[in-house]
Ligand binder design. Structure first.
Ligand code: FAD
Length: 535
């Protein structure tokens, strides 16, 4: 290290640097020198070859080199020798162009420990515009850097942990924008055939939770295990997700909040795919359901038989009643008391038989209404009818709307009702001469109504019978595999009425038969009115 000649005078010739001072202000002697000396940043002035000619107090504090150990030495004495050559090349190329350079260098302290220097070097020019000196100013930013690294490391760690979680996890800001998500969530995009599944989940959860959502959010609380069913339709089975969320607030990281704290609310949402679990539960439920439906069908069949018998007895009784009235109206001389007596006895016996039959009709149990997802009910009916569909060679085209609002209703009645409509469709197609056998079932919501459409490719029902088919004991079918009492559609109509819904056969449909059923969503049912009417 070669020593420099002499340190330049620290008093500027023109202390105002060309700036005009106020006439009353006299620039104090030695102020510039004192300013540099006392500045709380390491300052070194070098010649044009980077040989140090001056260092201030902070330089000694930061580098550990006293003035007598540094003056005359080259700035390279501070190099830790691990800073890449490229950095120095860039530094000198800028300085040669007389452009200040700013960057980070790895320096070595006098005691040997490395530190990170945030350095700015600026050339000092003479009147001819030549670089005579350089001024270097640096700060030790090791601690800040280490803290920054810690933050980066922690973020990486968090991201790795979140990423490796098997449950889809995402962090959403107040505008429902994703701040953080994991691999399991990204995989859902393709799995569900949706671009941004979070939007759908947020919409459903908001709708289902209503006011509760806002209350929980306001209190920075959360919700647990809210189940969401998603029906993609076609060959895809239903998917189930158990959703949990936790709201929390964090101070805003923007500069606006540097002095005045403002906070932002985030939602940590987890979407646990519980489809397999639901499938297992579904199988158990399905077997129980099959047994239950078989039992209900037996009871229904008994009811229909008894009602049919009553219907057939009622006809002759009506005739006998008419005959009795006729006899009674005759004049006394033409009356036949013996005949009247017999008629009365027959009528009394008939009425008694009717009464007995009536008492034998099994009563239907009143079951409390509950929230019902029609997609689920229809899917269950399809599964229950799988054997029959296969036997009849019927292709199912299942087109549910992925997310359907729930309705309030009696699950068992609704299931039996839809199953009956589907059975009618299968029967209609399972006839010789019907080439195309396709059963299309679709669902869609419309404001406060849930629509279900069941279309078949059978011969259809003539338009003049569209209303008559709902009458008791009316049937368009004579034989076939099933017993046809003509009470099925009457039962269907009854269930629809109980749920304040509507059913009709679409008169414009020509490819077969289209049954259109409308049921009110839970919200609309509460209002107790039918919002729609057919012409
Ligand atoms: P080289 O880069 O190989 O250079 C060899 C010598 O020539 C060095 O003395 C260098 O200063 C000088 N030199 C190289 N290119 C030119 C050029 N184009 N014009 C004039 N002289 C040149 N380095 C640090 O590691 N830490 C610091 O804190 C630091 N502070 C500096 C402050 C100032 C004001 C200046 C001007 C430079 C500073 N440097 C610093 C850069 C330093 O001078 C060296 O370039 C660097 O340390 C690389 O060391 P080296 O031995 O590999 O030298």
């Amino acid at each position: 290290m070669k020593k420099s000649q002499s340190a330049p005078s620290m008093e500027p010739e023109n202390p105002s640097g060309g700036e005009v001072l106020h006439p009353t202000q006299k620039f104090p002697q030695g102020l510039f020198a004192e300013t540099v000396r006392q500045a709380p940043i390491a300052i070194a002035i070098t010649d044009s070859k980077a040989n140090i000619v001056y260092v201030n107090k902070a330089f000694t504090e930061i580098t550990g080199y006293a003035p007598n150990e540094s003056i005359g030495c080259n700035q390279s004495m501070l190099s830790d020798r691990r800073t890449p050559r490229k950095v120095y090349e860039e530094l000198w190329s800028k300085l040669e162009e007389q452009i200040p350079w700013q960057g980070l260098l790895l320096n070595r302290h006098h005691d040997g420990h490395p530190y990170l220097a945030d350095l700015t070097i600026a050339p000092i020019l003479n009147l001819q515009g030549e670089t005579t000196h350089y001024i270097g100013m640096h700060r030790d930013i090791t601690e800040v850097y280490q803290l920054q690294q810690q933050v980066v490391d922690q973020k990486l760690l968090i991201e790795t942990v979140v990423d490796s979680m098997p449950v889809a996890t995402l962090l959403l800001d107040e505008a429902d924008c994703i701040v953080l998500d994991n691999q399991a969530y990204k995989k859902m995009d393709s799995d569900l055939g949706l671009r941004e599944p979070s939007k759908m989940f947020m919409q459903i959860l908001r709708e289902e939770m209503g006011k509760e959502w806002d209350i929980l959010k306001e209190k920075n609380l959360g919700f647990r295990n809210r189940e969401v069913r998603y029906d993609r339709g076609g060959r895809h089975g239903p998917r189930w997700f158990s959703c949990s969320g936790t709201w929390f607030s964090r101070d805003s990281g923007g500069v606006d909040a540097f002095f005045k704290q403002t906070s932002r609310t985030y939602l940590l949402l987890t979407l646990d795919d519980v489809t397999q679990q639901k499938k297992n539960e579904g199988e158990i439920r399905f077997n129980a359901l099959k047994a239950l439906m078989a039992e209900e069908e037996k009871i229904q069949s008994l009811r229909e038989t008894l009602l049919g018998a009553m219907h057939h007895i009622q006809g002759p009784i009506n005739l006998l009643n008419a005959a009795k009235t006729l006899l009674e109206r005759r004049g006394e001389e033409r009356q036949n008391p013996a005949l009247l007596d017999i008629l009365e006895q027959i009528l009394a016996a008939g009425e008694e038989s009717l009464d007995r039959l009536k008492q034998c009709i099994p009563e239907t149990d009143e079951i409390a209404s509950s929230m019902v997802n029609l997609n689920q009910i229809l899917h269950e009916c399809i599964v229950l009818l799988t054997q029959r569909l296969l036997a009849a060679g019927v292709v199912i085209d299942w087109q549910p709307t992925p997310i359907l609002p729930s309705i309030m209703g009696q699950e068992n009645l609704l299931r039996a009702m839809f199953k009956h409509v589907m059975e009618n469709a299968i029967d209609a197609m399972n006839q010789s001469g019907v080439q195309k056998r396709e059963l299309r079932i679709s669902t869609w919501p419309d404001e406060e109504t849930v629509h279900v459409c069941i279309e078949d490719t059978g011969p259809g029902i003539p338009e003049n019978l569209h209303v008559k088919v709902f009458e008791p004991f009316f049937s368009t079918k004579s034989g076939g595999g099933r017993r046809h009492s003509g009470m099925g559609l009457t039962m269907v109509q009854e269930v629809i009425n109980q749920h304040l819904g509507l059913i009709r056969f679409d008169p414009t449909y020509r490819q077969g038969c289209r049954v259109h059923i409308q049921l009110q969503t839970h919200a609309q049912q509460n209002s107790g009115k039918r919002p729609y009417a057919y012409g």
